[in-house]
Ligand binder design. Structure first.
Ligand SMILES: Nc1ncnc2c1ncn2[C@@H]1O[C@H](COP(=O)(O)OP(=O)(O)OP(=O)(O)O)[C@@H](O)[C@H]1O
Length: 334
C-alpha cells in the first residue's frame, strides 16, 4: 500500500501539495483526480522520491522509498512516457533497466509481450507513436513485477483499443492483489476503471471515497417518468405528496423516491408508463461540482459544476470543500 501522512510541498510561496493524508490500498484500482494544477503530479513525484516533501511523509509498503532495497521491484511508475532515449530500441531500453536493477533478462520479453510491443521491440523508440511510447512506459513500470503501481495519465495518446486494453490491465493488476494508483483527466474512462477515488483541489484532499459513494454524494439522483396520461400521473403523484418537476419531452422528474415505489403507484392506478428510469449524474458532473471551488483557471463562458437540484451535505469520506461544501458552486464561471 501507499501511505501519505501530512504530505506537503511548497515551491517558494506556492503551496502545491497541502497536508495530504490518505492510504492507497491493494486489490483495487484507486483513481487520483483533481483539476489542472491541483498537485497530482507533484504528489506522485514525491511518492517516487523524485521531489522532496517540505513536510510529511510517504511510505511504500511501510518503507520510505529510499529504504527500499530494490525500488523497481517494489514500485513501478509511468510518469512521463517521453522519458526514453530515442536512439535506443524498446528492447535495449528495458534491458538496460533490468540489468542495472538486478531484474532477470526474461522479464524484458515478458513485459514486451504484455504491452504488445514484441514485433517492434528492436526498432528505435524515436519512431514510436504516442500510444507506443505509452505502452513502453507501462512496460518499464511492470518490469520489476512490483506490488505497487503508479500511472500518471496512462491513456494519453492511446486509441480506443489501447484505452480498453489499459483498463483491463489495471483491473487485472489490482485483481492480482497489487496497489494501483492512477490519474486521468478522462472521466468516463476513470468511471469504468477505478473502484475508489482520491480527489484533490489546490493541493488539499477533497474526497477519499468509493466511486459509487462519490457520485451519489456529489450529484442529484432522480427518477424520470413519462406517461401518455401526464395529467393523471401528476394527480396520482400529487395525492401521494410526491413533488414532480416538468422536464423536456413531456416527462416528469421526481427526487428522493425509489423507482420501485413510483412504478408500483402507477400500476395501482392502472397508469401506463412509457418511461420509468432512475437517473444518476456522471462522474464528470460529480467531479466538476466538487472541484468547482478549486479550479485554478476558469473559462468565462460557462458554468463549471452546474447541476440541478439541492446541494447535498458532505457524504461520508468526503471532506468539506474549501469555502464550505458545495457553497457558491453555481456562481463559478460567471
Ligand atoms: N517545479 C515547480 N516549480 C514551481 N511550481 C511548480 C513546480 N511544479 C509544479 N508547480 C506548481 O504546483 C502546482 C501543482 O502542479 P502539478 O503539476 O502537481 O499539478 P497537476 O494536478 O499534476 O496538474 P495537471 O493536471 O495540469 O497535470 C501548480 O500550480 C504548478 O504550477
Amino acid at each position: 500500500m501507499i501511505e501519505l501522512d501530512g504530505l506537503t510541498k511548497h515551491y517558494g510561496d506556492k503551496v502545491a501539495v497541502d497536508h495530504l493524508t490518505f492510504t492507497v490500498r491493494p486489490g483495487i484500482v484507486t483513481g487520483f483526480l483533481g483539476p489542472n494544477g491541483a498537485g497530482k503530479s507533484t504528489t506522485m513525484r514525491m511518492m517516487l522520491d523524485l521531489d522532496n516533501p517540505t513536510s510529511g511523509s510517504v511510505r511504500i509498503d511501510g518503507e520510505h522509498y529510499r529504504r527500499l532495497t530494490d525500488p523497481l521491484r517494489s514500485i513501478g511508475a509511468l510518469l512521463d512516457a517521453k522519458a526514453v532515449h530515442g536512439g535506443r530500441s524498446a528492447y535495449h531500453h528495458l534491458l538496460c533497466l533490468a540489468q542495472s536493477n538486478g531484474i532477470p533478462r526474461r522479464r524484458v520479453g515478458e513485459v514486451l509481450d504484455t504491452v504488445g510491443l514484441t514485433s517492434v521491440a528492436r526498432k528505435r523508440s524515436k519512431g514510436f507513436s504516442l500510444g507506443m511510447g505509452q505502452r513502453l512506459g507501462i512496460a518499464v513500470a511492470l518490469l520489476g513485477d512490483p506490488r505497487v503501481l503508479l500511472f500518471d495519465e496512462p491513456v494519453n495518446g492511446l486509441d480506443p483499443e489501447g484505452i480498453h486494453w489499459i483498463r483491463n490491465l489495471m483491473k487485472n493488476l489490482a485483481a492480482q492483489g497489487r496497489t494501483v494508483f492512477v490519474s486521468s483527466h478522462l472521466m468516463s474512462e476513470m468511471a469504468l476503471t477505478a473502484d475508489h477515488l482520491v480527489v484533490i483541489g489546490r493541493g488539499r484532499l477533497l474526497a477519499d471515497t468509493s466511486m459509487a459513494e462519490f457520485i451519489r454524494g456529489n450529484s442529484r439522483a432522480f427518477v424520470r417518468l413519462r406517461s401518455p396520461e401526464p395529467e393523471r400521473l401528476r394527480e396520482v403523484l400529487h395525492a401521494e405528496r410526491i413533488v414532480a418537476v416538468e422536464a423536456a419531452g413531456g416527462a416528469l422528474e421526481v427526487d428522493g423516491e425509489p423507482s420501485e415505489r413510483l412504478g408500483e403507484l402507477a400500476a395501482r392506478h392502472g397508469l401506463v408508463l412509457h418511461e420509468l428510469s432512475p437517473q444518476q449524474a456522471s462522474l464528470e458532473e460529480a467531479f466538476m461540482r466538487l472541484t468547482a471551488e478549486s479550479v485554478e483557471y476558469h473559462a468565462h463562458d460557462g458554468e463549471p459544476g452546474r447541476a440541478e437540484g439541492p446541494v447535498p451535505s458532505a457524504p461520508p469520506g468526503v471532506a468539506a470543500a474549501p469555502g464550505g461544501w458545495g457553497s457558491d458552486w453555481r456562481k463559478k464561471g460567471s
